[in-house]
Design a binder for this molecule. Structure first.
Ligand SMILES: Nc1ncnc2c1ncn2[C@@H]1O[C@H](COP(=O)(O)OP(=O)(O)OP(=O)(O)O)[C@@H](O)[C@H]1O
Ligand SMILES: [Mg+2]
Length: 625
């Protein structure tokens, strides 16, 4: 049957309409294609042949006033050469003037998150303390272990590091040898202290009160004595009564020196799989993490909640801050158990690789961890070019065990991760991706979507903590301003245009429940761990199913039931096409690949029944095969 040009033109126009593009723009772009293909090219005028090209033209023709926030790539990249230089300068004893980040202060004013929250009673000065104390909390703990009297009271210092007492770090030996007369300032040590009191007194009937277990419940002494180091560390340091699926196997495997690839659901507890072994092994565990917000989250939690000496190196620190960390790492036995770095640091910093080599020569390099490992794959939804360079770790340090972890990796992405990281025979540990405590809904947007959003939060999630995801920076600020002004919902906004200091301020406000809602782009996503997020609402749909799994996975990390809603309209899909076009270009394979992922997401949203039960029950598990 001959080529039915009119039919094909109709199919292309309905593709444009299905994707939410305006009909006048659809007709105009179709005419462009017809002229371009001409008489002899008409056979190729089909959705199959030129659908993506047609969509790219529609995106180009759509006047977009949006400021896309596609990724936070390279946030650290360029500055690392500068970081190297600073380190060398310090090496040569040339003390650099301490950079102050007050230079950012003026720039921060215009973005100040405070301007978007309802009558914030916390002045900016208070938050400078927070930012300053993040670095103080991180560095003095390492740089000057025994606190000097001038140490400001607001930073808690462990009176004596657990490590300085017990070389082998076995938790049993820690509890047995702790001299119960010492008064400990840190909570976890108090936990051990109480535990130890019980153990030392040998009064079998007596149970140990765990100061850091949330409910303070008591643990029978014979149960404690039957525990091995893994269980004891999990209980005493992390306050967990037991391990979640696969956590213990992952801890044991890496302690035996195996390379491991851990696949667990969002909120599944992947961090414990490397944090617990880190405190049980001699030396430093180096953790590669893609985002500064994620590093901040984990380092603060380790130090403030678990009293574990952890720190980070990033080109966002002042030279004296990073210098303090380097000095500590150069000691014969560094006190730091976890060192967080961004992938750029590994890939671009010669002096950092030298530092790693020196740690290894002193037997102080315990393992490498690549968290959010899906960023390695360019066909993953959060590709980070510098992650591809992480293969250097096994090339330079083939005997040092490496652990890769992710919550989202299809089979091809998995294979690519193991290939790029050079761990082809890694032990693969995979748990179910299902999140039974999360309910997923898709609701069609009505004629006043912002009001619909505000009303939903007010009616269904009053006073509960949540995230509203937006596609672009200006959508973030618009939604945030609207919620504050029209619904008096305390909200802040977070996107890649904020300075690192502002991100910390906004994240701290939301984490401390000072504000109820954070309006964020995908710059706020991976691994952010706040236990009581009761709702994640997408004011605009995600660009891919895996992205949606990550973003919605911020909800319900305490296991309590929580709700994930997409407010959907076809128009938003055309915005996704424009965003893909803007970030990846029409000709590249990545645009076509991006369109495939977006189509899957659109198919999920457009499915007739609006009320979704469990997103991942409906999503075929082979999606991850
Ligand atoms: N064995 C456990 N018992 C109780 N709570 C746990 C346990 N392991 C981890 N958690 C808690 O679960 C929450 C999520 O842990 P974590 O951030 O490590 O998840 P994740 O798998 O890294 O998630 P994501 O994929 O989002 O990064 C944290 O608050 C953590 O304290
Ligand atoms: Mg994580």
């Amino acid at each position: 049957m001959g080529h039915d040009l009119e039919l094909e033109k109709t199919r292309l126009l309905s593709l444009a309409s299905e994707f939410g593009f305006r009909s006048d723009i659809a007709r105009h772009c179709l005419q462009q294609l017809v002229d371009l293909y001409g008489e002899d090219g008409q056979d190729f005028l089909t959705v199959e042949h030129c659908g993506d090209d047609y969509l790219a033209r529609l995106a180009d023709a759509t006047q977009v006033e949006e400021d896309w926030d596609t990724q936070t790539q390279g946030m650290e990249g360029v500055a690392d050469e500068e970081w190297d230089m600073r380190v060398h300068k310090n090496d040569r004893g040339e003390k650099e003037e301490e950079h102050t980040d007050c230079a950012n202060d003026e720039a921060d004013e215009e973005h100040s998150a405070e301007s978007d929250t309802a009558e914030s009673d916390t002045s900016d000065e208070d938050y400078i303390d927070d930012v300053a104390s993040l670095n103080k909390a991180v560095n003095p703990r390492l740089a000057a272990y025994v606190p000097d009297s001038s140490e400001s009271e607001d930073v808690m210092i462990i009176e004596k590091p657990i490590s300085s007492r017990n070389r082998d770090y076995s938790v049993h030996s820690i509890t047995r040898n702790i001299d119960s007369k010492r008064s400990w300032s840190s909570k976890a040590a108090m936990g051990i202290h109480n535990l130890n009191e019980g153990v030392v007194s040998d009064d079998v009937g007596k149970s140990a009160a765990l100061s850091n277990s949330p409910t303070g419940e008591k643990i029978a002494l014979d149960k404690v004595n039957s525990m091995d180091d893994f269980d004891l560390a999990n209980l005493v340091i992390f306050g967990n009564q037991n391990f979640r699926p696969l956590q213990r196997s992952a801890c044991e495997a890496t302690m035996k020196g195996n390379d491991c690839f851990v696949l667990m659901p969002t909120g599944g507890g992947k961090s414990l799989c490397y944090q617990l072994p880190a405190i049980l092994s001699p030396g430093v565990t180096v953790v590669v993490s893609p985002l500064l917000s994620l590093i901040q989250d984990q380092v603060l939690t380790l130090i403030k909640r678990h009293d574990i000496p952890a720190t980070f190196l990033s080109s966002q620190q002042t030279s004296s801050q990073s210098w303090a960390v380097i000095q500590e790492l150069r000691k014969s036995r560094p006190s730091c158990k976890l060192l967080y770095v961004t992938p750029e640091k590994i890939a671009t910093s010669e002096s950092f690789q030298t530092l790693l080599r020196s740690l290894q020569e002193r037997g102080q390099l315990a393992r490498f961890v690549v968290d959010e490992a899906h960023c390695v794959s360019q066909w993953g939804h959060d590709f980070r070019p510098d992650y591809k360079a992480l293969g250097i770790l096994k090339q330079l340090f083939p005997t040092i065990p490496l652990m890769a972890l992710t919550a989202t990796a299809t089979q091809p992405v998995r294979e690519e991760i193991m290939k790029i990281l050079h761990v082809p025979r890694a032990l693969v540990l995979e748990a179910s991706f299902d999140r039974p405590n999360l309910t997923y809904e898709v609701v069609n947007k009505d004629q006043d979507p912002l009001k619909q959003l505000g009303q939903t939060i007010q009616d269904r999630f009053k006073g509960q903590c949540g995230i509203v995801y937006c596609l672009s920076k200006n959508e973030c600020t618009d939604v945030c301003g609207y919620l504050n002004k029209k619904f008096h919902i305390k909200a802040v906004y977070y996107h890649a245009g904020l300075s690192n200091r502002e991100r910390m301020l906004v994240q701290t406000k939301w984490r401390s429940n000072e504000v109820q809602v954070i309006c964020a782009t995908i710059a706020f996503g991976m691994g952010i761990d706040k236990a009581d997020v009761r709702f994640v609402i997408h004011n605009s749909m995600s660009k891919a199913v895996e992205s949606y799994y990550q973003e919605s996975g911020r909800a319900g990390r305490d296991g309590m039931s929580s709700t994930c809603i997409i407010l959907y309209t076809k128009k938003d899909f055309s915005r996704i096409v424009c965003m893909l076009r803007a970030s990846q270009g029409a000709s590249s394979g990545r645009f076509k690949w991006g369109m495939q992922q977006a189509r899957k997401m659109q198919a999920y949203c457009a499915e007739k029944d609006n009320k979704k039960t469990i997103f991942f029950k409906t999503l075929p598990t082979n999606h991850y095969k």
